[in-house]
Design a protein around this ligand. Sequence first.
Ligand SMILES: NC(=O)c1ccc[n+]([C@@H]2O[C@H](COP(=O)([O-])OP(=O)(O)OC[C@H]3O[C@@H](n4cnc5c(N)ncnc54)[C@H](OP(=O)(O)O)[C@@H]3O)[C@@H](O)[C@H]2O)c1
Length: 336
Amino acid sequence: MVKVAVLGATGYTALEAIKILLRHPQAEIVAVTSRQEGNTPVSSVHPSLVGRLDLPLEDLSPEEVGTRADCVFGCLPHCASAEILPRVLAAGAKVVDFSADYRLDDPTTYLEWYGHEHPDAGRLGTTVYGLPELFRDRIRGASLVANPGCYSTSAILPLAPLIKSGLFELDDIIIDSKSGVSGAGRQPKLMTHFPECNESMSAYNVGRHRHTPEIEQVIGRHAAVRPTVIFTPQLAPMDRGILSTIYIRPIKPIAEGDVMAMLREAYDGERFVRVVDHLPGTKDTVDTNFCDITARVVRGRVLLLSCLDNLVKGAAGAAVQNLNVLFNLPETMGLL
Ligand SMILES: NC(=O)c1ccc[n+]([C@@H]2O[C@H](COP(=O)([O-])OP(=O)(O)OC[C@H]3O[C@@H](n4cnc5c(N)ncnc54)[C@H](OP(=O)(O)O)[C@@H]3O)[C@@H](O)[C@H]2O)c1
């Protein structure tokens, strides 16, 4: 049994992680933490857990968490994460960080996009990006895994095989993504207030969303020069799910069948990436750890379409997939 602690257990990604861990035959939840709700049952904050998990929320020190658990899920906001997780690691637990704190390799890029110095800058560049489909071997021996961003996964999985092929322009990649409102977390904000976002769609953080450098960094590992992307996130009036439409220009004309073959070959044997012929919709992947991908060629451009559940393949499901890799368990355990 892998003993798992969930930090920030009052949040959305934590709830999703708890639900998956409860049906995982080799995981036992040993602690759920909260700064504000200490000593109340976790099911009083998340009523869907009534009768399923009896643990109280606790305001534990990072050392207590790292001693009690074999694996810690850090479901915390960025910055808070990098202040707490080094002490959890020092206490001996493995960590899957849901936040963006350990995804970027370079402290200067972190400062530029996150607007403050990284609290644990020395560790940047040494951590592994938790996308098993691309970095499984490195995850296996890691102590700290940087779980990918939800938008990032929806863009990186379809793009990586094409970038690797060397057949595409690297300076003309457009990613247009729509996300459900749970992507913004449980903390109330004006933008996610019901009358603001219901029956309405709007773009936000145009040209400055923080997943931009993350996507460029990861797909850049498969290219001679670093690609540049234009990434436009939009809020869609739904609870969960992401649909990304990606436009990329081939250097020479390419047939749709060849792009589909490239995607199929890349993800042959990958249980959680489904290369599909139809145009995927978010409902196909809600509550699952799948990312569905397809491709079309339109007027010479390749369009990649992908969808996933931001709280599952975009967060908690990916974290459990990483836990399975870290502890040598079947990668699909608890996830199908
Ligand atoms: N939502 C998504 O779809 C999604 C997808 C991928 C990645 N992520 C990332 O995953 C992390 C968690 O996201 P979420 O959506 O679950 O957020 P959330 O719903 O806002 O929950 C975060 C939890 O962290 C705790 N917290 C807040 N500030 C803290 C601090 N300064 N120190 C310690 N604990 C603090 C809060 O619990 P208490 O107040 O009870 O302590 C809160 O419930 C974020 O970094 C987010 O960017 C989210």
